[in-house]
Write a protein that binds this ligand. Structure first.
Ligand code: CMP
Length: 139
């Protein structure tokens, strides 16, 4: 089925001018960017987005990192977009990411791993609504 998923190009990637290169990898994989904006999160906003990780030891570090430079938040649409996007991103830890994936190509570490993508269609709907109104999604 055609789905939508929430993608974030993270501070380590925007800082290195990789937005276009990463977008090309998504588009080449058959994903359409139906909404996109560059924003600067506060640590509190990052914390709200990643609330499910609040008990993890790396939560503070994660929130500070996500607020350290601009991010590009985007909605990707396509056939099985959640799974397709996760394939293109590669494993969370770049040391385990497959050749040809975004994280293999660009990630610096498990924290500075260049991209985020929703892990399920259910979470995608929640994460899209966190950043975008319906009027901003242009398929
Ligand atoms: P993401 O897909 O954005 O979802 C949660 C993020 O937490 C994950 O990518 C990683 O960037 C980050 N993360 C996971 N494990 C660690 C860790 N051990 N240290 C720092 N950050 C981590």
């Amino acid at each position: 089925a055609v789905e939508r998923t929430l993608s974030i190009i993270k501070p380590d990637a925007t800082a290195r001018n990789l937005t276009g290169a990463i977008n090309k990898m998504f588009e080449d994989a058959g994903l359409r960017i139906v909404a996109q904006k560059r924003i600067q999160l506060t640590p509190a906003q990052a914390g709200q987005f990643y609330a499910v990780h609040a008990e993890r030891p790396f939560y503070g570090e994660l929130c500070d990192f996500m607020a350290s430079a601009p991010v590009v938040v985007q909605v990707l649409e396509g056939e099985s977009a959640v799974a397709r996007n996760r394939e293109v991103m590669g494993a969370t830890n770049p040391a385990e990411a497959a050749e040809g994936t975004v994280r293999k190509a660009f990630a610096l570490s498990i924290g500075e791993n260049s991209v985020h993508g929703s892990d399920s269609a259910e979470n995608a709907a929640i994460e899209i609504a966190f950043f975008f109104s319906g009027l901003e999604l242009v398929g």
